[in-house]
Design a protein around this ligand. Structure first.
Ligand code: OOG
Ligand code: NI
Length: 316
């Protein structure tokens, strides 16, 4: 190689270097998720075995406590530093939650790769509005986030390692939170762990690109889908279709020695239809940017229920 070739590619290789670090981080988060959630792992294997499919992730989702620097920003900083753009805020007053979503950089959207090697996914991060909870619930959440010290600065690291940045709680504290906000109990025991990955169904090749066919296929293979408000969640404009499994659960060793099953993560499916103004484009001309973007409060409100006791204990 000539020295000019080397120097002219320098900025390129620097950005590739940081992109590969970013993707390695996502891969670690995904590995933690796949090891803890056999349903998600089996479904990803099953869907990719049909037609030798490449799977594109539509988005990744995380939950946080909106208190003392532990909220959305503690995780969002990783994505913002690696080229993501903050988009709309969504509010869920009844659940005492707010969320933000982030769009990926349109850099090298690796068309050939699958999962975290494929096009970078959107990111959906929510936070619990802790100030709105009862004094007792606030006390529990503040106790653990306080004990965590500077843990909020290492949110992405904790997610990639599969560690909590705070001490394990007492079983009674988990139960207390679960009675008031299932989201808060989930976050206390799962921390910054990936809450779900979402398969982009319209980017599949087989008939599973139709989310209704995919839902039937998932059910036929013995998996339970979240039925809250109906299995298929449809945005008012009719262009964003979503469904999800019911979360797997895992035994958790509480600090008082109690071992009880707690909800972990689930997997979601999203089909984004082509926007009306691009209806005349041919199949091969249609890019992700021609499709319905973003999220929908009405859909999301139901998808949050994928980790609820009601859905977990429901008969299939
Ligand atoms: C997030 C639920 C919302 C979506 O795609 O609208 C969601 C959660 O369960 O934390 O994933
Ligand atoms: Ni989602």
């Amino acid at each position: 190689f000539s020295s000019t070739a080397v120097s002219s590619s320098k900025s390129d290789s620097q950005s590739q270097g940081s992109e590969s670090f970013f993707r390695d981080t996502l891969r670690s988060m995904e590995t933690v998720y796949l090891n803890r959630n056999p349903t998600a792992k089996s479904i990803l294997e099953l869907v990719s075995s049909v037609d030798d499919e490449q799977i594109c992730y539509d988005h990744l989702a995380f939950r946080t406590f909106g208190v003392n620097g532990y909220g959305i920003n503690s995780l969002a900083s990783l994505f913002l530093d690696y080229g993501y753009t903050q988009k709309e805020e969504l509010r869920f007053p009844a659940k005492k939650l707010k969320a933000l979503w982030f769009s990926p950089p349109n850099s090298s959207s690796q068309d050939g790769g699958s999962g975290v090697n494929g096009p970078l996914p959107r990111v959906f991060i929510s936070e619990l509005l802790v100030d709105q909870l009862s004094p007792r619930a606030q006390e529990i959440i503040r106790k653990y986030t306080k004990k965590s010290g500077s843990g909020n600065k290492y949110a992405a690291l904790a997610s990639a390692l599969g560690s909590l940045t705070w001490e394990k709680p007492l079983y009674s504290e988990f139960q207390q939170l679960a009675g008031e906000s299932e989201y808060s109990a989930w976050t206390l025991v799962n921390g910054y762990a990936l809450n779900h990955v979402t398969i982009s169904t319209h980017r599949l090749k087989s008939n599973l690109r139709n989310i209704k066919s995919l839902n039937e296929f998932i059910k036929k293979n013995g998996f339970k889908l979240n039925s809250d408000g109906g299995v298929l969640k449809v945005s008012p404009d009719g262009l964003l279709l979503q469904s999800s499994t019911v979360a797997d659960s895992m035994p958790f060793s509480f600090s008082d020695g109690v071992v009880e099953s707690v909800p972990c993560s689930y997997i979601e499916f999203a089909e984004r239809l082509v926007l009306p103004q691009y209806k005349s484009l041919s199949e091969s001309e249609i890019k992700e940017s021609h499709r319905r973007d973003g999220f929908e409060v009405g859909n999301a409100d139901k998808i949050f229920e994928s980790t609820s006791k009601e859905q977990l204990t429901r008969r299939a």
